[in-house]
Write a protein that binds this ligand. Structure first.
Ligand code: ATP
Ligand code: MG
Length: 575
């Protein structure tokens, strides 16, 4: 491909709304064009990297034994009512919905469980037809609250979505593992440094769910990891071991009220009484669809709302407003006392306050706290759970060593669904004994554009993208240093022809531009290999071959250019 005949324009300007490196570099390299918030067009160059990413996914998923299908993007509301998902997606405001001329309602698909399940429902009747895994790689639509970071969080984005159908849990286990193995090969081939962590499986509960995370500072997720034993979890899901208790080995003292005028916040009380925040018991009042709930935890800890939601089995959870706090507990915000709660209100306590003695907490009336609070003695037994957010240095839930927290980009997700869709959608089969059973499902997703962007987050420098060989739009850029010089042009053409004839993937920068401009563009776009033809090297009968990743240059006689490029390519492919 010759640049002079290609549709490609690099740009100097950084897009106004760009926060992530991948967004900036994909735009500047002329690979993507913004159409609207979270909606992008791919240029020919952008499409090449996108297709390569897609191809890697397809090859590895095909190898795992799954079959490709094509499911509609436009889906009728009725189907989504059958599964009960329409309301949930509407509530989360993620669904793009539209009407046809007759008033029929549709959505643009955010993920395709309903359609694929009905496809299997109408085809599978017997256990002999199971297992089966179906997949597609197609656009998905979500009206994200905050579309941003270019391809990483779009409102229209390319996603691999796979669905496994098994006769039982043991079968699902196998299908899930096959996806896990395929994912690992995909991200390895994409040149990504990734980690697999436990993820929240939401209100469905119980089932396993794991996320493939690419560690990068711009990641929107927080990933908790233990360097000692390898435990890893999304912060939303992360548990911790028991934190050392500040009241360890203390003997109980009587509870006594202390005046704390105007000191409603934890920090105020801590300063005023000269204690540590870990000595306090925090009482938070939440509103849920099942009524008010009081959550108790140690004063130095924060609530992990996803964990609390799961513990309570609720879909909606929000801190109650000041007047609602009073209504629910009889005490003003900041002074709620665990021992003064109305008997009908639900209390859930985090393990961090179990067996607390001599703690400080609200007195149940304005401007007063109590000291010497003993959890077992002074309050009614709560529901126990673990919902405090993990912090750096907290003990690992498995081995007790200190945990670390890093930022991660979720590039893929594997999820054991069980019968969540097969029961409402009546996707059933008959087993060996003639009994009708619901099919056991798994669901799997990879963000193709997000994976491509994550590769850039991990592989770039001050001058631009440093594509992993597998995802580069072209592996090689050939730069003619002085195309207006007829002799140089002829030599460069000859090298180009030789590279193409050798089956190498080369982009020929034959534009009438200064070498400096061409090098800048080559570095920005991030071709792994650059071949320079011209200048002193050419006078000596050589071409120069430069690796993008470390800019190491080597020269080779022009007749041996192909071999030298092949050698460097092999090196890059191996690393
Ligand atoms: P997130 O938590 O980032 O919103 P999700 O958990 O809702 O993602 P899934 O439903 O698990 O996403 O989708 C499978 C994969 O699709 C994700 O792992 C991610 O790689 C990709 N993906 C999800 N949402 C987007 C988006 N808005 N833009 C680009 N890729 C996305
Ligand atoms: Mg996910």
């Amino acid at each position: 491909m010759r640049w002079s005949r290609y549709f490609l324009q690099t740009v100097r300007e950084v897009p106004g709304d760009a926060e992530a490196v991948s967004h900036i570099l994909l735009s500047r390299a002329g690979m993507i064009r913004r159409v609207a918030a979270g909606i992008y067009a791919l240029t020919p160059l952008g499409l090449r990297s996108n297709r390569k990413t897609e191809r890697i996914v397809r090859e590895e998923i095909d190898r795992s034994g799954a079959h490709e299908v094509e499911l509609p993007i436009l889906q009728p509301r009725e189907l989504w009512e059958e599964s009960g998902r329409w309301a949930r997606y509407e509530r989360e405001e993620l669904l793009f919905h539209l009407e046809d001329r007759k008033g029929g309602e549709y959505c643009l698909v955010p993920t395709s469980e309903e359609v694929v399940t009905t496809m299997v429902r109408s085809g599978v009747t017997s256990y002999r037809q199971l297992p089966v895994t179906l997949y597609q790689i197609r656009s998905k639509f979500r009206d994200e609250i905050r579309p941003r970071f270019g391809l990483m969080r779009g409102r229209e984005f390319l996603m691999y979505d796979g669905y496994s159908f098994d006769a039982d849990a043991a079968g699902l286990d196998k299908s899930y593992k096959a996806q896990d193995a395929a994912y690992r090969r995909v991200f390895q081939r994409c040149g990504l440094d990734f980690t697999v962590v436990q993820a929240d499986s939401g209100a469905i509960g119980g089932s396993a769910s794991e996320e493939f995370m690419v560690l990068a500072d711009t990641g929107e997720d927080a990933v908790v990891r233990c360097a000692n034993c390898g435990y890893g979890a999304n912060l939303e899901k992360a548990e911790t071991g028991r934190r050392p208790a500040p009241w360890k080995d203390e003997t109980e003292t009587p509870m006594a009220e202390v005046q704390t005028p105007g000191k409603g916040g934890i920090d105020d009380v801590v300063d005023y009484l000269g204690i540590t925040a870990s000595r306090m018991i925090k009482c938070l009042v939440y509103e849920t669809e099942k009524g008010y709930v009081i959550a108790l935890l140690r004063g130095d800890l924060d609530v992990n709302e996803v964990a609390l939601k799961n513990a309570l089995g609720v879909a909606h959870l929000a801190l109650a407003s000041e007047d609602k706090v009073e209504k629910a507990t009889g005490a003003p915000v900041g002074y709620v006392g665990p021992h003064k709660l109305p008997s009908e209100v639900r209390i859930v306590a985090d393990e961090s306050i179990r067996d607390a003695v001599n703690a400080v907490t609200g007195a149940g009336r304005r401007d007063w706290h109590v000291a010497g609070f003993v959890q077992r003695r002074d309050m009614r037994t709560p529901e126990w759970s673990i919902f405090a957010k993990a912090r750096v240095g907290d003990p690992c839930p498995r081995c007790g060593q200190p945990l670390d927290i890093a930022r991660g980009i979720e590039v893929g997700h594997i999820f054991k669904l069980g019968t969540k869709y097969s029961i409402p959608l009546k996707c059933e089969y008959t087993d060996e004994n003639g009994t009708t059973r619901p099919v056991v499902m798994g669901t799997y997703g990879i963000g193709v554009g997000r994976t491509m962007a994550a590769a850039i987050e991990q592989h770039h420098d001050a001058d631009g993208i440093v594509w992993p060989l597998a995802l580069a739009p072209f592996e090689i850029v050939l730069v003619s240093l002085n195309p207006s010089d007829e002799a140089v042009r002829r030599e460069a053409d000859a090298v180009y022809d030789a590279l193409v004839a050798a089956g190498l993937e080369v982009f020929y920068d034959d534009r009438d531009e200064r070498p400096g401009v061409k090098f800048k563009d080559a570095d920005l776009i991030g071709f792994p290999i650059r071949v320079n033809v011209g200048g002193r090297a050419l006078k000596e009968g050589n071409v120069e071959i430069v690796a993008r990743r470390d800019r190491a240059a080597r020269s080779a006689p022009k007749a041996e250019a192909v071999d030298a490029v092949r050698k460097l390519r092999a090196e890059l492919a191996g690393s």
